[in-house]
Design a protein around this ligand. Structure first.
Ligand SMILES: [Zn+2]
Length: 173
């Protein structure tokens, strides 16, 4: 079996468990049992309010969000799961910082916990630039099982690489 590229930072023993599931047709069952349904944030508008709500709870003091949108051009293989930008624009002589988050369009069809994890990750970068201890501490504060959900999302990306998208999570078929 080829390398599990989304899971290569996990211990060998964990990767072996995933390989075992793959070999015994258990990957889909593992995912659907824990995450039976897709989220409902299908439009950029609903994604924006979902993200704002999380930001207002945990990162009230960070600069306001200017844009949150799904982006069909994000390549999740080379990039992270989403992207975040701090854009500085000169407006009427003043420099304004804008917070923008783009999330890969393929994440329209995933369970809410996965979307939450991605949004939490990108929001946390507004405060912590690097993937430091402080960064992951903040992620865990915003989503208590952050690490488990990130692992499961990576399991899904592995599944998707091998078998295509999860039909059970597709709203339009
Ligand atoms: Zn990151």
């Amino acid at each position: 079996m080829k390398e599990l590229r989304y899971l290569k930072h996990y211990p060998q023993s964990v990767q072996a468990q995933v390989r075992h599931l793959i070999e015994h047709d258990g990957l889909k069952k593992y995912l659907l049992k824990k995450y039976p349904n897709p989220h409902a944030m299908r439009s950029d508008k609903s994604l924006f309010s979902y993200t704002s709500d999380l930001k207002n709870i945990y990162l009230k003091k960070a600069a306001p969000l200017s844009k949150v949108l799904y982006d069909g051009k994000i390549n999740i293989i080379h990039n992270a799961l989403g992207t975040h930008h701090f854009i500085s624009r000169v407006q009427g002589g003043k420099l304004k910082a804008k917070n923008e988050i783009r999330i890969a369009s393929m994440f329209k069809n995933i369970p809410e916990q996965f979307l939450e994890m991605i949004v939490v990750h990108e929001l946390a970068h507004f405060k912590e630039k690097e993937h430091s201890k402080a960064f992951y501490k903040l992620c865990n504060h915003m989503q208590e099982n952050y690490h488990q959900v990130e692992f499961d999302l990576r399991v899904y990306l592995t599944y998707r690489d091998m078998f295509g998208k999860m039909q059970e999570w597709a709203r339009e078929k």
